[in-house]
Design a protein around this ligand. Structure first.
Ligand code: FAD
Ligand code: SIN
Length: 528
């Protein structure tokens, strides 16, 4: 690293062929793939340590994958994914990712990952909402993410990973990407590089309570928008039906995996009545948007603070679901003998930075993969356990694409042009506004109030990680609010109380760009 003077301050600087922002499943899959192509890769993570820093680490249910020589088929997985996606999945993208799944999982196993077996040499398969078959592999019972992360971390030990380094801005010129501006332990710096993979994960902390880790603050959405790259389908934020309700309301809350319903648990209200009866042919295993909306409706109707998951009939619960058992016990609940109190919680961003199935954005040299990206895989509502699958497959592809772009472009020099006009709301104010007006059910009046609130931001300097996150959250919230206001219908996980039905002519994706500092919804493109 060398020191340079630029933009009124001293910066360190470094060169790379490929910069990867993020150390979850998508980031490490990308970094390892680019490294295997012989490229100099620098990986950035804003977290000081890896444990618990990624959503990947917390994944419970598993990875949806079609195993060869079983009764399952790629076509069935594609049909379930498209069926859950509310008419907005791109079937070709879905096919391409699903068909590449087994290869990607095999690569992960070669890197040292172990999945649970039902008998020696045979992976145990579970089911989750919206899946017509048992096709979800898992590890450590309900600790799949920890095992995926462990295997990837081990493989990535040989990489140049910079922890405590916050990516503040993707640098670009008219031809494409030139580097990344970074806030590191040694202050501000630049990594010069012709290719950048954004793999920053989700945006759950837009809301007061979420299943996501602290770092899921929409940074990659903001980085892309500031670089002039659009985001798409960003109004579709998935609320997981079963986040533990333990009396605490803020920050990261424990997830109660859907696989428990896959093994026979039922969702009931305070009176013991089924929450989903009559809602969907798949009942408690309907896609998430349906179950979350059913719970929300029941809570509104009864005024109760939560509903319950009854898992008391599942034999061997503690061994099969050790993570959930520990979370329940920490809250004073014994899931083997008591019903588990649950509420819907902000969980997953179905939309994101607009890419193709290889992670390519419209800006040469900029790639996005994992939860931050919108490939067309999830449409208006993601099918359970399709995220780790997409992160692995598209992460690897984006890494290879970034490596070949770097090879054809050669070195670049990132210049610090004028910064975007950084504004932010206070975090508590923003989360309150989002939770009140852009949660499971929205309407135009609430979204307009939210939009007004988001117009009252104050100028902020991204001098600390938290300060930067507040700015990123604010830009991301503006994009979500604009897209949600533009979609005057209900579809997938976007439920409008004032427009409860889907409208055929609205079966198209929204595209949002920053224009003059404001999030503007472009005329949506029809889905093929
Ligand atoms: P993450 O794993 O979240 O990693 C993001 C990385 O980006 C982190 O390293 C972070 O430090 C870094 N970062 C962010 N911003 C910056 C910045 N500005 N500068 C530098 N670094 C930055 N999906 C499934 O398929 N199956 C499951 O069973 C499942 N269970 C889940 C359970 C829970 C509790 C949660 C929260 C999610 C679950 N999901 C599951 C979803 C899935 O885990 C995530 O979508 C996926 O792991 C996201 O991976 P990622 O690589 O995109 O991001
Ligand atoms: C879960 O285990 O219920 C979460 C799975 C997912 O989000 O894909």
């Amino acid at each position: 690293m060398t020191a340079i003077a630029c933009g009124g301050g001293t910066h360190w600087q470094q060169r790379a062929d490929v910069v990867v922002i993020g150390t979850g499943v998508a980031g490490l899959a990308a970094a390892l793939a680019a490294h295997r192509q012989g490229k100099r890769v620098v990986v950035l993570s804003k977290a000081p340590q890896q444990e618990g820093a990624t959503a990947t680490f917390y994944a419970q249910g598993g990875i949806a994958v079609v195993l060869p020589r079983t009764e399952d088929s790629i076509d069935a997985h594609v049909a379930d994914t498209v069926g859950a996606g509310g008419g907005l999945c791109d079937p070709e993208v879905v096919y391409s990712i699903v068909a590449d799944g087994y290869r990607a999982v095999t690569e992960l196993v070669a890197a040292g990952a172990h999945f649970d077996e039902s008998e020696p040499g045979q992976w145990a398969l579970t089911r989750e909402g919206g899946h017509s078959r048992r096709r979800i592999i898992h590890a450590g019972g309900d600790a799949t993410g920890a095992e995926v992360q462990r295997a990837l971390d081990r493989a990535a030990e040989l990489l140049d990973i910079r922890r405590n380094h916050v990516a503040l801005r993707v640098l670009r010129d008219d031809a494409g990407v030139t580097g990344v501006e970074v806030l590191g332990e040694d202050g501000l710096g630049i990594v010069h590089a012709p290719a950048v993979v954004v793999a920053t994960g989700g945006l759950g902390h837009l809301f007061g309570a979420t299943t996501n880790p602290d770092g899921s603050t929409g940074d990659g959405i903001a980085l892309a928008l500031w670089a002039g790259v659009p985001v798409s389908d960003i109004e579709f934020i998935q609320f997981h039906p079963t986040m533990l309700f333990d009396g605490h309301t803020g920050g990261r809350r424990p997830l109660i995996t859907e696989a428990i319903r896959g093994e026979g648990a039922t969702l009931v209200d305070n009176q013991g009545h089924s929450v989903t009866a009559g809602m969907h042919p798949m009942g408690d295993l309907a896609p998430r948007d349906v179950v979350a909306a059913a719970i929300d409706a029941r809570l509104t109707e009864t005024g109760d603070p939560c509903v319950y998951l009854d898992a008391t009939g599942i034999a061997g619960f503690e061994e099969r679901f050790p993570t959930v058992t520990a979370a329940c016990r920490a809250a004073g609940i014994d899931p083997t003998s008591e019903r588990i109190p649950v509420v819907p919680g902000a969980h997953y961003s179905c939309g994101g930075v607009l890419t193709d199935a290889y992670g390519r954005t419209e800006l040469p040299g900029l790639y996005a993969a994992g939860e931050v990206a919108r490939t067309g895989m999830h449409g208006a509502n993601r099918l359970a356990s399709n995220s780790l699958l997409e992160g692995l497959v598209v992460g690897g592809r984006a890494g290879r694409e970034a490596a070949s772009h770097a090879a054809s472009t050669g070195p670049t020099r990132g210049e610090l042009t004028d910064r975007p006009d950084y504004h932010a709301l206070g975090r508590a104010e923003l989360q309150q506004g989002m939770s009140r007006h852009a949660s499971v059910v929205r309407d135009a009046a609430g979204l307009r109030r939210l939009d007004d609130l988001l117009g009252t931001t104050r100028r902020r300097n991204p001098a600390t990680r938290a300060g930067f996150e507040d700015i990123a959250l604010t830009v991301t919230a503006q994009a979500v609010a604009s897209a949600a206001l533009a979609r005057n219908e209900s579809r997938g996980c976007h439920h409008r109380g004032d427009h409860p039905e889907s409208v055929d002519t609205e079966a198209r994706s929204t595209v949002v760009r920053l224009v003059g500092g404001s999030a503007v919804v472009e005329a949506p493109a029809a889905v093929a």
